[in-house]
Write a protein that binds this ligand. Structure first.
Ligand SMILES: [Cu+2]
Length: 154
C-alpha cells in the first residue's frame, strides 16, 4: 500500500515536470561560467518590474571586466513572475521557442532563475569571455514587452 502511494507520487511528479525534449543538463553556457560563491564578487542589483504596458529590468545595461565575478542580486518588484536568464541573445531566443511549448518551465540553473513577485534570487557568475551578452525573461510575451538587458564584457 505504501509502495503504491510512493509510486503514484512519483508518477505525478514525473508528469508535472517539463518534457525532457529540452534539458539543461550538460548545457554549455554562452556568457561565461558559473561563479564560485566563496570567491569575491561585485554585487549588481537588478530589479524586475512592469509599468505602462512594458516589462523591464532596472538597470538595462551592465558593464563588466573580463574575468570579473559578479553577484547578481535580483529582486522582482512586479506583479507577475519573471525570469533572469543570462546567455547570448541567440541562445535566449532559441530557449524562448522551447518555452513556448513548455510554458510552465521554471528555471533554477547556474545562469537562470525564475523569480516570483516580491521575491528575490541571486546568481554568481564569472564572465570569462569578452563580448556582448544579455539577460532576458523567456516567459511568452515578456521579451517582446521589453524584458531584456545587455551585458558588455570588456
Ligand atoms: Cu518576465
Amino acid at each position: 500500500m505504501r509502495l503504491l502511494l510512493i509510486a503514484s507520487l512519483f508518477a505525478f511528479t514525473a508528469a508535472t515536470l517539463p518534457t525532457p525534449s529540452y534539458s539543461h543538463d550538460g548545457a554549455h553556457f554562452s556568457a561565461g561560467e558559473p561563479g564560485d560563491p566563496k570567491k569575491p564578487a561585485r554585487a549588481v542589483q537588478i530589479t524586475m518590474r512592469e509599468g505602462d504596458g512594458k516589462m523591464m529590468y532596472v538597470p538595462e545595461l551592465v558593464e563588466v571586466r573580463r574575468g570579473e565575478q559578479i553577484r547578481f542580486v535580483i529582486r522582482n518588484d512586479g506583479e507577475l513572475a519573471h525570469e533572469f536568464i543570462l546567455a547570448s541573445t541567440e541562445e535566449n531566443l532559441k530557449h524562448a521557442e522551447v518555452m513556448k511549448k513548455n510554458p510552465d518551465m521554471e528555471h533554477d540553473d547556474p545562469n537562470g532563475k525564475s523569480v516570483e513577485p516580491k521575491k528575490g534570487a541571486e546568481i554568481v557568475w564569472k564572465f570569462t569571455k569578452a563580448g556582448k551578452f544579455e539577460y532576458g525573461c523567456l516567459i511568452a510575451g515578456h521579451r517582446e514587452a521589453g524584458m531584456t538587458g545587455t551585458i558588455v564584457v570588456k
